[in-house]
Each structure stands twice: as structure tokens, then as C-alpha cells.
Design a protein around this ligand. Structure first.
Ligand code: Q9C
Ligand code: ZN
Length: 716
């Protein structure tokens, strides 16, 4: 089988045949997938993907979860007349039957299984199933909520069986609680099931007590079921990203899955009448960007709900672009999450922190200890259930299918017209025209740095055809930085590797040198800030410094809103407070921190929210050399952080690295800029710095996961 590093898609005209005969305006309609495909085609996305055909799932596959009776009953509906179809529909909660329902459900499941199998077995890189009917509400022996067969639950179980996987992450961001998937894996620690859903303390469908945060799994599966209940409508990018950064992503990186499946319902997107949430279509691309480093990029999205055709199709298309590695579209700066969302995050941390050590850096959330500024309510966290809420149980679940659409809008946040206008604006304003993904390279004094030699020896530089590089003119350290900034801001390249031998020297101010050689932080900030002001092409720049030479509070330079300097620095002092001023955030890391998941948790919980709030137009990522990198970071960790940062600024990034100058081993390799054919050097080339930087560059080039395999293929 030929490996294909493309993104796979599953879709089929036949999946547009089942619909509700009694209510043609019913939300779960064939137009959903038709509109998605139309938008994906407009953006020329499908032609960039590998199409995997659908096929009917087999009895054996279906009975991995469902009973044979469940399947037989479903199949019997194929030959029912209209009256019979109507009668059986009324026995279930939000279910209609059509003579094509059984076929569509089996085709949808078959396509999902084959897609996920292709991702797991490395036949494709990642993928998306644009299928209906959805599946996450289907239970062992009950159709429910437009779902007949558990697409994701069955596919995940089959992968556990076939490939003996140990860790699968299922993230269900459909706005409804994915109870069907939760039940399937409730006691299974191999599947981390996570659902973010509209809950309203149980008042929202499907009204299950087990959708609340304190349902955390059972037996050995305890800690492997995470419910994030949203107790009010109108949750937006800020709320969802707060949940991702503060709670979920740290856990995902600690879990270290071998496969990531997303039950991707877009009914949490703005304008969906079922969700009444406000997530913007571009935000889904950010979620995907943040998930991409996990599981070596083995990521599959499976469509669930989403009922506003405009926001559904845009959200899905932008998700597909994210899988295809297009630059992540900008979103508005995030703000603090709603109080009710903060409450849910804290409640989740409270029940999860004993299972996930990455949450130890969060406030310890004893109800009475919560500080007023994080939790402005009575100082006591709510413990479910709240009064006067009636939950459904398997005994009292209504079996009446409401033929009239019930979208319980008590007080809509916005009118339909307002929402339509907002969606239209979001679609218009999302930048889809992006410069070619070229990587620039600037090296102090045009010297042949060991790093370049190392990258070339890994065939990252010139050996891989899709990697386009441009060698930029360069002189002094500050010239290198300025040239890199100019080339990015003029769209000549999207990102740069800037390789310095010394610390950049700021030109003397009033005849006095600004800094000595070792004062890298202040000098760098000043230099970048001044050039930003001079060039007038960039307003906000963030500098992430993993190797600060000095704590930033010694920076006496004037703070400016145009540059935010964030430094992470290992300190031997106990309980050193982070130092935060308008232009600088200095984060002391304890020496006790020894693992990458810990470092990533801190990075996600502190650096990423600040950077997303600042909303930079350009990112500097300063690595310097291995010796000064926090020891808790391994190489992969650096690649992961690079990928996370690429969500900012449309992927405009300058990786700043320091190089001691030409080394013996690499001399002679570096004077040409293309056509290198050296074989990868065996063993260590004596340059830890190069090794480190290459991880970041590989990620920037989308190579971290694919690199090795692709190179092997090319060599054959
Ligand atoms: N306001 C999926 O999204 N309607 N199923 C509840 C309450 C049922 C949703 C209405 C929603 C089923 C896959
Ligand atoms: Zn849904």
C-alpha cells in the first residue's frame, strides 16, 4: 500500500437521501452535507484531499457496540410504509425514520471506520468525515438525537481491537452531551472521552445527570471521562479557548494519545439554533492547530451536529483547511471567560486534579478557598444537582418524538437577523488569501552556521521538495533580525529562521551603548520595538523567550504596547513570584519541574492565554542554545510548542537561535543554498543547539510527524 501524506475526506451523494417526511424544515437535513461540500469546493479544498469511499458497515462492526436487535430493527425500517415509519419514530427521543435511514447510517459508519483506519495505519496523515446521520447519541440499544449507530464509539473500539492501541482521545465538541460515546467507554482507561456541552444544570437536552462534571468514569476508567458543562448559552471563543488552555489541553498532552478523534459537531458555532453558542468558524481552526501535535498528527474529525447552514459550512471548511496545514486564520483577541465557565473549569479541576498531575499548577479548588477575584460568587462552588431540575433516566426518558421543532429560546441573545449579519461579517473578514509558505533564513555575517549544516544533513533544508526556502541577505545580528521582520511583513516569506552568533547590539542611544553583551532580553526588545516603529507595518509583536539571559524585571527599557516580552526562566528560589508589567511577563519555573507535560501545562495555562489576548501580528520565538533551555523540555516538547504558537499571527514567526559560529564538521557544507545531497550524518554532530532548533524548524515546515517516513519514501 502506498503511503499518502495527504488529508483524507469521506463524503457521498447517497448520504443526502434520508430526511424527515413530516417536517421538511427539520434541522438534520441533507442540505447540511451538501452546503459543506459546496463551501469546501469553493475554496478548492476537496481537490487537495484524498477521497476515501463510503461502504456499508458490517454486522460484526455494528454489533461491537449495538445489539443485534438494534440493528435488525433499524434494517426493518427500510421496507416500512410512511405510517409505520412515523409510528416507530415516535418511540424515540428526537428520531425520525426514513426508508433510507438504515442505509445512510451504515454507509456513514463504514466511511468513518475506513477513514480512521487509514489515519491509524499511516495511509493518510489526518482526515475528516463529512457524513450524516451523526452518531454520538446512539446508545447500545436506543436510537437518539438524530443518531442511529455510534460512528465514533464503534470506530474507536475497532481501532483498540485491531491495532491494540493503548490511548485514544475522543474530544466531543458537539454542543450536545455525547452520552452514547460516554456510556461505551465509561470504565475503559484506554479511551479518554471529553465532552464540552450546553448543560444549563441539566435543563438542556438530553437532560442527563451524567452529563455533569462529576461523572468522571468508573473502575479503572476513573479520571478518563471528562464532562465540561456549559451552564449558560452564548459561550464564545474566549470561553472555549479558556477551557482548552486551562483544563483540557494540559490533560491531553499528559495523556499522550496515539490517536485523536473529534466528534465535530458545529452546533456550538455562532448562529446555530440548537446550541445558541457564539464560537466563530475560524476558532475551530485554532482548536485543530492546538490538537495537531498530539498523536504524531493522527487526527480525524467526524461530523456530528451543526444546524445553521452558513456557520456550519464555514466552520467545517476552515477545519478542513486547518487539517491541510493552511495558516490559522486570525480571531479577535480573547477576553476572560464568563463566570459560569470559570466555575465549570474549576469544578472540573476539582474532580480531575487527583487523576492528572498537570493540573497541580492550578489553584487548589477547595470550595471555601476560591479567591474572590477568580470566583466572584458566594465563595462556594456549586455541587450538582441544583434544585428543581428533573433529569432523564433510562426509566423516565420520554419516548415521544416532538414533531414540532423545539429550540427552547427563552431570551435569545441576538435576533436571527443580527446573527446572520455577524456570520456574514466573519465569513467576509476571514483572511483566506495567504502568502506562499516560504521559510526565510538569515544568518549573522552570512556565515555558515552549524545549524544550517545540521538542518541540511537532516535534509530539512534543501532535500525536501515542498519546503521552499529563501536565503535572506544578512549582516550583523540586528541586520538579521530586521531583514527577517521585513521579509515577513512584506509577505516575501511566511516565517524565518534567524541564526545569530552574538546578542544583537542596539545602536547607541545618546552616545551610550544600550546594553552589554549578556543583556539579551532588553536589547532584543528594544531593537525589535524600534524596527517595528520605524517600518510602520506591524502593531503588536510577541516575543517568547525560552532562554532569557536576565530576568525581564531588570529590563529598564520603556514598556510599549507594541511589544510583549514573555520570558520563561528556571529559578532556584522557592516561591518566586511571576513578574508582570505592561510590556513584560516573566515566568519563573521551579527547578522541581522535570517533565515535558509539566512544562507544556504551564505554557498552555499561562503563555498561550496571554498571547491570545494580546493577539500579535508577529511572533518571535527565542531559543538560543540547548544549555540555557529549561531542562524539563525535551525536543518533542519544543516542536509541540512551536506548533501551538503557529496559531498566532497567521503563522508569521521568527525563530531566533544562537550559533557559536562555523564548526569543523559542517564547514564546506554550507556555502551552497540548494541541492544538498548529503546523507543524514550518523550519530551526534556535536551541536546540541542545532539538534534543538531543528525540532522547531521541522514543525514549522510541517515535518515533525511526516519527515522521516516521507524521506524514506523519497529515497526508494
Ligand atoms: N433545545 C445532534 O446534534 N434537540 N443531535 C434538542 C432542545 C435534539 C442533537 C432541543 C438535539 C439532537 C447530533
Ligand atoms: Zn449536537
Amino acid at each position: 500500500v502506498v503511503q499518502d501524506r495527504r488529508t483524507a475526506v469521506v463524503f457521498d451523494k447517497r448520504l443526502e437521501s434520508h430526511f424527515s417526511r413530516w417536517n421538511v424544515n427539520f434541522t438534520e437535513t441533507p442540505h447540511r452535507v451538501a452546503e459543506i461540500l459546496k463551501r469546501c469546493n469553493q475554496l478548492n479544498l476537496l481537490e487537495r484531499c484524498l477521497r476515501i469511499p463510503v461502504r456499508e458497515a458490517t454486522v460484526k462492526e455494528i454489533t461491537t457496540y449495538h445489539t443485534k436487535a438494534h440493528l435488525d430493527l433499524l434494517e426493518s425500517t427500510a421496507s416500512m410504509n410512511e405510517a409505520e415509519l412515523k409510528e416507530i419514530s415516535q418511540k424515540y427521543d428526537y428520531i425520525y425514520f426514513h426508508e433510507k435511514s438504515a442505509e445512510n447510517a451504515k454507509l456513514s459508519l463504514g466511511g468513518v471506520i475506513d477513514l480512521i483506519d487509514a489515519v491509524v495505519s499511516d495511509k493518510v496523515r489526518n482526515g475528516m468525515a463529512i457524513v450524516r446521520p451523526p452518531g454520538h447519541h446512539a446508545m447500545k440499544e436506543e436510537y437518539c438525537g438524530y443518531c442511529y449507530l455510534g460512528n465514533v464509539s464503534i470506530a474507536a473500539q475497532l481501532m483498540l481491537n485491531k491495532y491494540d492501541l493503548k490511548r485514544i482521545l475522543v474530544l466531543d465538541w458537539d454542543v450536545h452531551h455525547g452520552q452514547g460515546t460516554q456510556y461505551m467507554f465509561y470504565d475503559d482507561p484506554r479511551v479518554l472521552f471529553v465532552s464540552i456541552h450546553r448543560y444549563e444544570h441539566g435543563r438542556e437536552w438530553p437532560h442527563l445527570r451524567e452529563g455533569d462534571y462529576d461523572f468522571t468514569g468508573e473502575g479503572t476508567g476513573k479520571g478518563y471521562n471528562i464532562n465540561v458543562p456549559l451552564n449558560e448559552i452564548g459561550c464564545d471563543n474566549s470561553d472555549y479557548l479558556a477551557i482548552m488552555f486551562n483544563l483540557l489541553l494540559p490533560i491531553f498532552y499528559q495523556f499522550d494519545p496515539e490517536l485523536v478523534l473529534v466528534s465535530a459537531g458545529f452546533d456550538c458555532a455562532i448562529g446555530c439554533p440548537e446550541g445558541e453558542m457564539m464560537v466563530s468558524p475560524a476558532c475551530f481552526a485554532h482548536f485543530i492547530n492546538l490538537l495537531k501535535p498530539l498523536a504524531k498528527g493522527k487526527l480525524a474529525l467526524i461530523l456530528e451536529g451543526g444546524y445553521n447552514l452558513k456557520s456550519l459550512s464555514e466552520s467545517t471548511a476552515l477545519s478542513l483547511r486547518a487539517l491541510l496545514d493552511d495558516p490559522t486564520p486570525l480571531i479577535s483577541p480573547i477576553i476572560a471567560p464568563k463566570n459560569s465557565v470559570t466555575e465549570s473549569i474549576l469544578n472540573c479541576i476539582k474532580v480531575m486534579h487527583q487523576h492528572w498531575s498537570c493540573l497541580q499548577y492550578q489553584d487548589f479548588v477547595e470550595p471555601r478557598k476560591v479567591r474572590a477575584e477568580i470566583y466572584p460568587y458566594q465563595g462556594v462552588l456549586h455541587l450538582p444537582p441544583v434544585k428543581d431540575v428533573e433529569f432523564y433516566t433510562s426509566q423516565n426518558r420520554p419516548k415521544i418524538y416532538p414533531l414540532i421543532q423545539d429550540c427552547a429560546n427563552d431570551i435569545p441573545l441576538h435576533t436571527k437577523e443580527e446573527l446572520d449579519r455577524m456570520i456574514e461579517q466573519l465569513v467576509q473578514n476571514t483572511s483566506l488569501l495567504v502568502p506562499k509558505d516560504r521559510l526565510g533564513f538569515a544568518c549573522e555575517n552570512g556565515s555558515s552556521a552549524p545549524i544550517l549544516g545540521h538542518l541540511r544533513s537532516k535534509e530539512l533544508w534543501a532535500g525536501y521538495s515542498s519546503l521552499q526556502t529563501t536565503s535572506l541577505h544578512s549582516g550583523s545580528a540586528s541586520d538579521c533580525i530586521k531583514t527577517s521582520m521585513d521579509s515577513i511583513l512584506s509577505n516575501e516569506v511566511r516565517s524565518c529562521l534567524c541564526c545569530l552568533q552574538s546578542e544583537p547590539q542596539h545602536p547607541p542611544v545618546n552616545g551610550k551603548p544600550m546594553n552589554g553583551n549578556s543583556h539579551a532580553g532588553p536589547s532584543l526588545v528594544n531593537l525589535i520595538q524600534q524596527h517595528a516603529i520605524d517600518s510602520k507595518t506591524v502593531n503588536r509583536i510577541v516575543i517568547i523567550d525560552l532562554c532569557p539571559d536576565l530576568p525581564s524585571y531588570q529590563d529598564t527599557s520603556k514598556s510599549s504596547s507594541s511589544v510583549l516580552y514573555i520570558s520563561l526562566r528556571v529559578t532556584s528560589y522557592e516561591n518566586e513570584e511571576p513578574h508582570i508589567s505592561p510590556g513584560a511577563v516573566d515566568i519563573p519555573l521551579s527547578q522541581a519541574m522535570t517533565s515535558s507535560p509539566d512544562f507544556i501545562a504551564v505554557f498552555l495555562q499561562i503563555v498561550m492565554p496571554i498571547a491570545y489576548e494580546f493577539c500579535p501580528e508577529l511572533v518571535f520565538f527565542k531559543l538560543n542554545d540547548m544549555k540555557t533551555l529549561p531542562t524539563c523540555m525535551d525536543k518533542a516538547c519544543l516542536g509541540h510548542i512551536t506548533q501551538q504558537l503557529l496559531g498566532l499571527a497567521n503563522g508569521r514567526m521568527i525563530i531566533l537561535t544562537r550559533d557559536a559560529g562555523p564548526s569543523e564538521e559542517t564547514q564546506g557544507h554550507d556555502s551552497t543554498s540548494s541541492g544538498s545531497s548529503e546523507k543524514p550524518s550518523s550519530g551526534d554532530n556535536g551541536s546540541g543547539e542545532s539538534e534543538t532548533t531543528s525540532e522547531a524548524v521541522e514543525t514549522k515546515c510541517g515535518q515533525t510527524e511526516a519527515g522521516a517516513e516521507v524521506l524514506e519514501l523519497l529515497e526508494e
